[in-house]
Design a protein around this ligand. Structure first.
Ligand code: ADP
Ligand code: MG
Length: 718
């Protein structure tokens, strides 16, 4: 993009001011900008390092840094920051001005190659799960050249954000990005090896992802009156509204102007940042919405999803909206998830999960399909563990999101073909017969034919798999890392078997079919086409021996299985130490989430709700007394209602005390697993018990005295 044009486009304030294609990515130091601004040999060296996954040489880094600084200053940037994804799941940044001393009292703008490549944030306060002792608290952030630097606009100026990986003193991964990049590398290598068996020479295979992001929008003024929404991102108390989502009239409904204005501004910001926002619509629950981008390489999709979550929140505030990314903001109302669409494609863009036109292409398709099935069959438990969190516990298995049992849905067409292969005897010359069964010219799997089963956690949707159990607030990096790692392991296994079959003298087709058929038979247990919400499925899944970790407490154990450790450590995606640290952090985050909820609920009950109830009771009693004084008979039913409310308030007080006791008991536990269990069982139960009574109290309390905005207010059309 020409320089003049770049600064013009970054001042765009309407979606339709100029064509999207003209300003898309104008706030990024994109490949195109680099190509225009870097010397030819520098650009070539940069591209080569990128392709090979190597570090930039100091000279190349210096030139890139200089060009990046000039570009950033032209755009009005004053500061730069290394932007990274610590294991908290949020993003982190520490800003530095571009200035340095020139002569006494005089500063100049400077940004060196080493500042571009490496930063040293004081990392001691980020969770490391014990990986990094405090005496060597240093962590390094290192630029990920595959992810373009971008500008963040603040009220008074712009900041250059450099996406980085975050590693410890000894190179240990301290973030979600490093393992994702490693897993992409490994799955690429295995897929390239697999493709070679089909005579396809690919330099690399790229894991691709398109995450569909769900969220709620609530009026900010109302949200700010609720400590639970402010501190825990979900309501911890709230009686059901007279009208919930029963009518389901919100889904795909017309988007109201206030929300549309917000969505358009989010999209505008996305386009400037090179995030390919594509789809917007109303979701099932009132005030629930979705935004989905066009798919990209998994690492970029992950960065973009993190940025998108930040944008949703900050743009929301500008529009007087609180954007809730929590998995379950409102009890009794559908929660929010994130559908992580995943596929593999060659560097030339050929999708390996797309059925082809020739029998050979279809054999290859079936090969990669069965590898994916094998991955889910072997590591379904791990996939479930990757999405376990306090928030997601409210959705999974609650008939609004897929169950916590991992199964794969293929649709009638593909299931039919796989069943035919299973029955056919590929060991003899019947290859042709199997091909005649329909593999020879597999029809393009129509999306409509596969997409109907919304109850499946891992569904094939024509040319990709859709992992539907991810929570709306979760970083997608971890889920993607698990999928890549598991598929890489399965491919490694299939590649080895295929090798052996061919060495044993089988012709190529027969060999592939033998291996595919074996995988189909082996993985049959995870294929499920029925209703994942049904009780019978739980029974059936147990009969099939599928793991079923009902909640986070159970799921956290899966990380410690030898098979779980090996799928990461063998190919070098996460060492045992790195994995251990992550498990530790997951425990910690789970405990913290529940502890915060408990504290906030205590505060609300003790300082807002119970005083209001007492005031209400007092006022009503006074009114009844006045009636009696005026010689009016006070009906017994009125007295009884008041008595019942007083008794309930007493019960609330007792349950509040019990909740405090449970919290203190959990916090006193040293052992990590036992502590997690105490939070997940005892503390959660105490919290639920208190909420139940508070909700009943709300239903009878004088609305003028009730201290919190109610569900119907929060969920009224915006
Ligand atoms: P839906 O699942 O709601 O029917 P789509 O199938 O159109 O919607 O797409 C959902 C998401 O899947 C989008 O983000 C889209 O870019 C992404 N997607 C489409 N094809 C692929 C693919 N081959 N690999 C990964 N993601 C993909
Ligand atoms: Mg979808």
């Amino acid at each position: 993009m020409a320089k003049a044009q770049a600064s013009e486009t970054s001042s765009i304030s309407r979606l339709d001011q100029v064509k999207i294609s003209q300003y898309f990515g104008c706030n990024t130091f994109s490949e195109r900008t680099m190509r225009e601004r870097l010397q030819k040999d520098v650009y070539k060296a940069y591209r080569q390092a990128l392709k090979r996954g190597e570090a930039l040489s100091p000279e190349v880094a210096k030139s890139v840094a200089l060009a990046m600084k000039e570009w950033a200053l032209e755009q009005g940037c004053t500061h730069f920051t290394h932007w990274f994804l610590p294991m908290t799941g949020a993003t982190a940044e520490k800003h530095d001005a571009f200035i340095t001393w020139d002569e006494p009292g005089q500063v100049i703008e400077r940004f060196s190659g080493s500042q571009l490549i490496q930063g040293e944030p004081d990392a001691s306060s980020f969770p490391s799960g014990g990986l990094r002792a405090t005496f060597e608290a240093r962590g390094y952030t290192a630029w990920d050249p595959a992810s373009p630097a971008f500008l963040m606009e603040g009220p008074l100026g712009k900041t250059l954000c450099i996406p980085t990986a975050f590693v410890g003193y000894h190179g240990e991964a301290l973030d979600h990005k490093v393992p994702l990049l490693r897993s992409m590398e490994v799955v690429s290598r295995r897929a390239v090896e697999g493709l070679a068996h089909f005579g396809v020479k690919a330099e690399a295979v790229i894991a691709q992802c398109g995450p569909e992001q769900e969220y709620f929008a609530v009026d900010l003024d109302l949200a700010q009156q609720r400590p639970d929404l402010m501190f825990a991102n979900r309501t911890l108390q709230g009686a059901k509204p007279p009208k919930g989502q029963e009518l389901e009239d919100h889904y795909f409904g017309s988007i109201k102007e206030r929300v549309l204005g917000f969505m358009q501004e989010v999209e505008l910001e996305c386009f400037k940042l090179g995030i390919p926002a594509k789809t917007r619509h109303n979701e099932v629950a009132p005030n629930q919405f979705e935004i989905a981008p066009i798919y990209e390489a998994a690492n970029i999709a992950s960065d973009h999803n993190q940025l998108l979550m930040e944008l949703l929140k900050s743009v929301g505030e500008r529009h007087g909206l609180a954007i809730l990314l929590h998995e379950k903001p409102f009890a009794g109302v559908n929660g929010s998830g994130k559908h992580v669409n995943w596929s593999l494609a060659t560097d030339e863009g050929h999708n390996l999960l797309e059925p082809g036109k020739t029998p050979e292409e279809n054999l290859q398709f079936l090969y990669f399909l069965s590898a994916t099935l094998k991955a889910i069959h072997t590591h379904g438990g791990l996939l479930r563990a990757a999405i376990a969190s306090a928030g997601n516990d409210h959705r999974l298995g609650a008939n609004e999101a897929p169950p916590a049992i991992m199964s794969a849905f293929l649709g009638a067409q593909l299931s039919h073909i796989l069943n035919a292969i299973e029955k056919g005897d590929a060991a003899d010359a019947s290859t042709q017969r199997i091909l005649d069964l329909g593999i020879g010219n597999l029809p393009r799997i129509e999306k409509d034919a596969t997409d109907r089963n919304r109850t499946s956690p891992f569904a094939f949707t024509g040319n990709k798999f859709e992992f539907r159990a991810v929570g709306s607030s979760q970083p997608i990096a971890l889920s993607l890392t698990v999928i890549n790692a598991a598929v890489a392991e399965a491919l490694d296994d299939l590649n080895g078997k295929l090798d052996a079959e061919i060495k044993a003298g089988k012709d190529h087709r027969a060999a592939v079919l033998t291996v595919v058929r074996q995988a189909i038979i082996e993985t049959k247990a995870i294929r499920f086409e029925g209703n994942g919400y049904a009780e019978e499925w739980k029974v059936e899944a147990e009969r099939r021996g599928l793991p079923h970790a009902k909640d986070t407490v159970a799921a956290l154990h899966i990380w410690e299985n030898p098979a779980s450790k090996a799928v990461f450590s063998k190919p070098g995606i996460l060492s045992e130490g790195e994995l251990e640290s992550r498990v530790h952090i997951r425990h910690e985050q789970y405990q913290k989430a529940i502890a915060i909820e408990t504290q906030v609920l205590r505060e609300m009950a003790e300082t807002q709700i119970l005083p209001s109830i007492t005031a209400d009771l007092g006022a009503r009693a006074k009114s009844l007394g006045r009636l009696a004084a005026a010689g009016i008979t006070v009906p017994e039913t009125l007295k009884a209602a008041l008595q019942a409310q007083a008794t309930l308030a007493g019960e609330a007080q007792a349950r509040l005390t019990a909740m405090k006791v449970a919290l203190a008991a959990a916090e006193a536990i040293e052992d990590n697993h036992a502590r997690t269990e105490a939070f997940g069982k005892k503390v959660n139960e105490a919290k639920h018990a208190l909420r139940e009574v508070l909700d009943h109290l709300e239903e009878a309390c004088d609305a003028d005295l009730w201290p919190l905005p109610k569900y119907w207010q929060l969920l009224s059309p915006l």
